[in-house]
Design a protein around this ligand. Structure first.
Ligand SMILES: Cc1cc2nc3c(=O)[nH]c(=O)nc-3n(C[C@H](O)[C@H](O)[C@H](O)COP(=O)(O)OP(=O)(O)OC[C@H]3O[C@@H](n4cnc5c(N)ncnc54)[C@H](O)[C@@H]3O)c2cc1C
Length: 385
C-alpha cells in the first residue's frame, strides 16, 4: 500500500497539474510556491498544443482555458514577401496568456482539495527511509511521504537532491514577446503565422479580442546579467525593428505597435542521469527544460504530471512508480526536445542563398515530417482507473 502524503514544490504549470491528479489518486497534497502571490496578469503568452490540451481536458480545465484564449488550428509559414510556403495543421491548439493557464490550473488544484500556499520558497530537502521534509525560506517545514519538484529550470529541488547535476545553461538566445493592437489591414485569424522574414522570424496569433500576440527569438551569445531588465528598452526595440526587415514589414508593424516588449534569456537543463532519487521526483522543466521552439514545454510538463500521478496510483511503491514514470516519459520528451532544437535552425537565414534554400526546403521538410508532427500532437495520456 502506498504512503499517501505528497509535497509538491512549484505552482506554475506542472505543480498544480500534479496536485489535481494526485488528489484524484487519493493523496493528501501540499502545493508550495515561492512567488509571494499569484500572478494571473503575468505578461507573455503561449501556445498550448493539441497534446497539452488533451491533458487539460483530462484535468477538467479545458473549457475554462478555452474561454480565456483563442483557437489556433494551423501554423502557416511565410517568406519575406508574405508568400505562403507551407502549412501544418494544429487541430484544437490554443493561444492564451500564461497567467490564465496558471490561474485555471491553480483553481482546479484548490477545488480538488490541495492545500496551496504562496510565499513559500523551498531551500532544503531531507529524506530518510521513513519520509521526506522540505524546509522553506520563511522557516516553515512540510513533511510528506514523497516530494515532487515542479520548480522549473532553476529547480532548487534538483540542486539539493542531485548535487552532481549541472545547472541550467544559457542557449545564446533571447526571446522577445508582446501583445499589441496594430492598425492597418485585418490579420488572419485562428492561425499561428510564422513570418520567416529576411533575418528575424516573427510569429503571431490574432486573438478573438482583436489583440495580436507575437514573439521572436534573437541570437545574443553573451548571457545578459541578472540586472538586465525583463521589459525591453528602446535600444532593444530598435534592434528588433532593424532585424525585422526595416520599418514596413508586417513583423516590424507588430513590434512598433507594442508598448511593453517582454524579453527573456532562454535556458535549457543539461540531461540528467535520473529524474528521481529516493522519495523525490522531478517533473516538467525541473527535469528537462528545452528551448521553446516547438511550443511544447508546457504540454510536456502536463503530460509528465498526469503520468506520474497515474503511476503512483497504480504501482505498489514510490520507487516503482517513479521508475515507471521516467521510463515512460524519457523517450517522448527526448523526441519532442529534438524537434524543438531542430527548429532553432529557422532562427536565421541571413544570406540570399540560405533564404532561397530555406524557402525551398521548408515545404519538403513539412511534408516529410507530417507523420511525426501528427504523432507528437495526437499523443494522449490514459488516466482511466
Ligand atoms: C519565452 C518562453 C516562451 C515559451 N513558450 C511556450 C509555449 O508557447 N508553449 C509551451 O508549451 N511552452 C512554452 N514555454 C515553455 C514553458 O513555459 C515551460 O516548459 C513550462 O512553464 C514548464 O512548466 P513547469 O511547471 O515545469 O515550470 P514553471 O512554469 O517554470 O513553474 C515553476 C514554478 O516553480 C516556482 N519555484 C521555483 N523555485 C521555487 C522554490 N525554490 N520553491 C517554491 N517554488 C519555486 C516558480 O516560481 C514557478 O511558479 C516557453 C518558455 C519560455 C521561456
Amino acid at each position: 500500500m502506498l504512503e499517501r502524503k505528497a509535497l509538491v514544490v512549484g505552482c506554475g504549470v506542472a505543480g498544480p497539474a500534479v496536485a489535481v491528479a494526485l488528489r484524484w489518486a487519493g493523496f493528501e497534497v501540499a502545493l508550495r510556491e515561492a512567488r509571494p502571490e499569484p500572478d494571473d496578469a503575468a505578461g507573455g503568452w503561449m501556445m498550448i498544443m493539441p497534446n497539452g490540451l488533451s491533458v487539460l481536458r483530462t484535468l477538467g480545465v479545458e473549457p475554462a482555458l478555452r474561454a480565456e484564449g483563442t483557437a489556433c488550428d494551423r501554423i502557416v509559414f511565410r517568406d519575406h514577401d508574405n508568400r505562403r510556403l507551407a502549412e501544418v495543421p494544429l487541430p484544437g491548439a490554443l493561444s492564451v496568456r500564461r497567467g490564465a493557464l496558471h490561474r485555471v490550473l491553480r483553481e482546479r488544484a484548490v477545488a480538488a482539495g490541495a492545500d496551496v500556499a504562496f510565499g513559500r520558497r523551498l531551500v532544503e530537502v531531507e529524506q530518510s527511509r521513513h519520509g521526506v521534509a522540505g524546509s522553506f525560506e520563511d522557516g516553515t517545514v512540510d513533511a510528506a511521504d514523497l516530494l515532487v519538484g515542479c520548480d522549473g529550470p532553476w529547480s532548487r529541488v534538483r540542486a539539493v537532491t542531485m548535487t552532481e547535476a549541472r545547472p541550467a545553461r544559457y542557449t545564446g538566445i533571447i526571446s522577445s514577446a508582446g501583445v499589441c493592437r496594430p492598425g492597418g489591414p485585418a490579420l488572419s485569424r485562428h492561425t499561428l503565422e510564422d513570418l520567416l522574414g529576411r533575418r528575424l522570424p516573427v510569429r503571431y496569433a490574432t486573438q478573438d479580442s482583436g489583440e495580436v500576440f507575437w514573439s521572436c527569438n534573437t541570437v545574443l551569445p553573451d548571457r545578459p546579467g541578472d540586472d538586465w531588465p525583463a521589459v525591453a528598452d528602446n535600444a532593444w526595440r530598435d534592434r528588433l525593428l532593424a532585424e525585422a526587415d526595416g520599418g514596413d514589414s508586417p513583423a516590424a508593424a507588430l513590434i512598433a505597435a507594442t508598448r511593453a516588449i517582454i524579453r527573456q534569456p532562454i535556458y535549457e537543463v543539461p540531461p540528467l542521469d535520473a529524474w528521481h532519487r529516493g522519495r523525490i521526483c522531478l517533473v516538467g522543466d525541473a527535469a528537462h527544460a528545452f528551448p521553446p521552439f516547438g511550443g511544447q514545454g508546457a504540454s510536456m510538463a502536463l503530460e509528465d504530471a498526469v503520468t506520474l500521478a497515474r503511476e503512483l496510483r497504480d504501482r505498489p511503491g514510490i520507487e516503482a512508480a517513479f521508475t515507471a514514470y521516467e521510463r515512460g516519459r524519457r523517450p517522448r520528451v527526448a523526441r519532442v526536445a529534438a524537434v524543438a532544437r531542430n527548429n532553432r535552425r529557422s532562427l536565421g537565414a541571413r544570406s540570399t542563398a540560405s533564404r532561397w534554400l530555406r524557402n525551398r526546403m521548408l515545404p519538403v521538410g513539412v511534408r516529410l515530417s507530417a507523420g511525426a508532427a501528427r504523432r507528437m500532437y495526437s499523443h494522449e495520456i490514459d488516466w482511466r482507473d
